[in-house]
Design a protein around this ligand. Structure first.
Ligand code: COA
Length: 376
């Protein structure tokens, strides 16, 4: 008992399981001194500079980079797997309008679990590859878009589908880089939720549906949409400065800032900020970028808080023409690769995840039945 109390005192001090090592993992390092953010040993800077999302998805799921031939086959396989089963398309159409796209993706994954249940002894990558390929199709279908199945990359498929025409190379690459940056991040809330579900020996679709639910919240994936709404609520940098100071005084949180693990900066933020700067080629874009930079300055001056990936991703996505309400769903399209890597890793060495709580409720009480039944 004393041991439990001692351990718990440490956990409670910071709260939210911060700093608790919950399991071994060979997928990703986050903020480890000297290693920063890396996927399977490769630095995020190198991957963002030179790889593609498909290459990274393969790396996360299979453990090593693909050869050129493997990458070509993988791209072709993903293209094949993009097709929506007609039954799924029909069921998605029957969901009443008004639901968020996160709700649609969650339901879509769940329905796919009914239509294409995981089979015992199935090839381990079957569900992972299917979900990486088909989630963008669920999103595009629900938006009433034609599926440009011929597109080679996920980034091209998504942008082409949303715009209705082939996108410029620069926009494709920006979205591709953002998918790489969003693909994996160790034991974040949604990934941990997926691992908890899979640890009960449940199925992958249930774990991914749970992860999507966890990602939807504004303290996690939902922050990119909130950051956009904040940035566009200000007409210029001066207004932004006054507005953000005001919010801070009212103890409001500014979405897109701060991080549970990083203490000095988020290594992904500079990469996507550079892309946002590069794409800011109109007066309107430059104004928005200036507003964002002023918010960044105020947050650092006032709170020593730095932008996380979500902040500049918001305007990068805006400049790519992605509607705000799709920012968090696009995060899902990338993170599915990380989730599935963790699901496979958890399964490979499973132990039921079941912590304990420290009871703070009432002591023993006598139960008095509301109605005394007469016994015959
Ligand atoms: N805006 C304003 N203040 C913030 C803040 C933000 N974005 N993030 C943290 N803080 C402040 C808190 O108010 C708190 O101040 P206090 O000690 O005076 O009460 C302190 O910093 C610690 O914050 P807390 O939320 O307890 O830390 P955490 O480790 O639980 O938080 C986040 C991590 C990411 C949840 C938090 O920084 C946050 O809510 N950020 C905004 C949401 C977001 O961008 N999420 C995406 C993460 S990648």
């Amino acid at each position: 008992m004393a041991e439990i109390e001692r351990t718990y005192a440490k956990v409670k001090k910071v709260g939210g399981l911060a700093g608790i090592v919950a399991a071994d993992s060979a997928i990703c390092t986050v903020g480890i001194e000297g290693r920063g953010l890396s996927y399977r040993g490769y630095s995020i800077e190198d991957l963002a500079a030179s790889s593609s999302f498909e290459e990274v998805a393969w790396l996360l799921l299979r453990g090593n980079l693909p050869s050129p031939a493997e990458l070509e086959d993988y791209r072709a396989r993903l293209r094949e797997l993009r097709r929506l089963p007609p039954a799924l398309a029909g069921m998605l159409d029957s969901i009443p309008p008004g639901d968020t796209m996160m709700g649609i993706l969650r339901t879509g994954v769940s329905l796919l679990g009914n239509l294409e249940p995981e089979r015992q002894g199935e090839a381990p990558y079957e569900v992972a590859d299917r979900l990486v390929a088909v989630l963008p199709s669920i999103l595009l279908h629900r938006r009433g878009k034609k599926l440009p199945l011929e597109e080679q990359s996920l980034a091209g498929y998504l942008l082409h589908g949303l715009r209705g025409s082939a996108p410029p190379e620069e926009l494709r690459r920006c979205v591709d880089v953002s998918l790489i940056l969003y693909a994996e991040h160790e034991f974040n809330a949604s990934t941990f939720a997926a691992r908890v579900i899979i640890s009960t020996l449940s199925d992958a679709h249930s774990a991914v549906a749970g992860a999507i639910g966890a990602l939807a919240g504004p303290l996690h994936g939902g922050a990119n949409e909130e950051a956009m709404r904040l940035i566009e609520s200000y007409a210029d940098p001066r207004e932004a400065e006054a507005g953000v100071r005001d919010r801070l005084e009212r103890k409001e949180k500014i979405m897109g800032f701060g991080h549970r693990i990083y203490t000095v900066s988020d290594p992904r933020s500079g990469v996507i900020k550079d892309w946002a700067a590069r794409l800011a080629d109109t007066e309107e874009h430059r104004r928005m970028f200036a507003v964002a930079e002023r918010i960044e300055k105020v947050m650092w001056d006032e709170k020593k808080l730095f932008p996380n990936l979500d902040f500049y991703s918001a305007i990068a996505y805006r400049f790519c023409g992605i509607p705000t309400e799709l920012y968090t769903p696009v995060f899902v399209l990338a993170r599915i690769s990380g989730w599935m890597a963790h699901i496979m890793e958890q399964r490979a060495n499973n132990k039921l995840i079941r912590p304990i709580s420290r009871y703070t409720g009432p002591g023993p009480r006598e139960y008095v039945p509301l109605v005394k039944e007469e016994r015959t």
